[in-house]
Design a protein around this ligand. Structure first.
Ligand code: GUN
Length: 299
């Protein structure tokens, strides 16, 4: 068996085209969606991600602003900036790029963002909404994985799904979303003993551990769907995921590449959440109800 490679760039392009039309509709109603990104310090990877986010906004017709601060900025300065953005009607999404420098209390910063503008889905209100199946901003990376599975008509209901990695950004929300879609979910993490005994059972394997070559062919069931969320830079400069792509693609039915798999979707779903935020804001202020398909209901 040779796996079908799921082309994240192609799906991202399709979603962006769809949302460009929706943005045109919003602009015609006098509402241009706006995203504000706060970047603290000079982490090279964060700078690349923030540039990609701004570029994706421009491509879909959104307004975006990037606020850059030195690594030694006081947390109160960032909190004050967020408070200003919370009150700014031209901004529908606020994102603080992570990681933050060690002197920050990340939860305190994230809880300052209005949950109605929390397009990352990291505010406790949105995290809680995800747990109980409410209307939320789904975190962008798991949301992108969900969209990739949909693009191939891969149903998760009743499937054994193994998520490797239990981070707040990817693993935990991914598991909740899959559970909401009626999958049987196992979460593995750094302390899991004998990872292979779990991964071999997976009909769908989602890997977000940040460890190159963690998943080898003998750990994967023949015909499994393998989604690689890892992005690792090797000493030789090559970008790889967490999965031995060449080996596993001979055994899986579907596989995502790195780069060009989940990465483009993460950025795209941030745009999607920002547009949804603008639509919800318009609904609240002008009583213009979005169509049912425009509302994310994870129930
Ligand atoms: N750092 C790595 N991934 C993310 C993300 O999805 N959002 C934010 N804000 N920071 C990140």
């Amino acid at each position: 068996m040779v796996a079908k490679i799921i082309d994240g760039n192609a799906v991202a392009k399709q979603v962006r085209a769809e949302y460009r039309t929706r943005v045109e509709g919003l602009v015609a109603l006098g509402c241009k969606p706006g995203l504000a990104v706060i970047l603290v310090g000079d982490n090279p990877a964060s700078k690349v991600y923030v540039d990609k986010k701004a570029k994706a906004c421009a491509e879909v017709g959104l307004h975006s602003e990037v606020y850059r601060f030195p690594a030694d900025v006081h947390q109160d300065v960032i909190i004050a900036e967020i408070a200003k953005l919370n009150a700014d009607p031209s901004i529908h999404g606020i994102l603080v790029q992570l990681p933050l420098p060690p002197h920050f209390q990340i939860r305190q910063v994230l809880e300052t963002i209005s949950h109605e503008k929390d397009v990352d889905g990291f505010h406790l209100y949105n995290v809680g909404g995800l747990v109980v199946g409410g209307i939320v901003f789904p975190p962008c990376t798991p949301y992108g994985v969900q969209r990739l599975l949909e693009s191939e008509n891969i149903s998760v209901a009743g499937q054994n799904v193994v998520v490797v990695g239990a981070s707040n950004i990817v693993g935990k929300p991914m598991a909740l979303m899959l559970m909401q879609s009626e999958a049987t979910v196992v979460i593995c993490h750094a302390k899991t003993r004998d990872l292979a005994q779990f991964t071999i059972l997976a009909d769908i394997l989602v890997v977000a551990a940040g460890v190159p070559n963690l998943i080898l062919p003998q750990m994967v069931k023949t015909g499994a769907v393998v989604i690689d969320v890892g992005i690792n830079r090797l000493p030789n400069g090559r970008l790889v995921g967490d999965v031995d792509f060449e080996g596993v693609k001979k055994k899986a039915s579907y596989i995502t590449p790195v780069p060009g798999g989940v990465g483009p979707m993460t950025v795209t779903m941030l745009v999607v959440n920002t547009v949804q935020s603008a639509e919800r804001m318009l609904e609240r202020t002008k009583g213009l109800a979005p169509q049912p398909s425009q509302v994310t209901v994870l129930a």
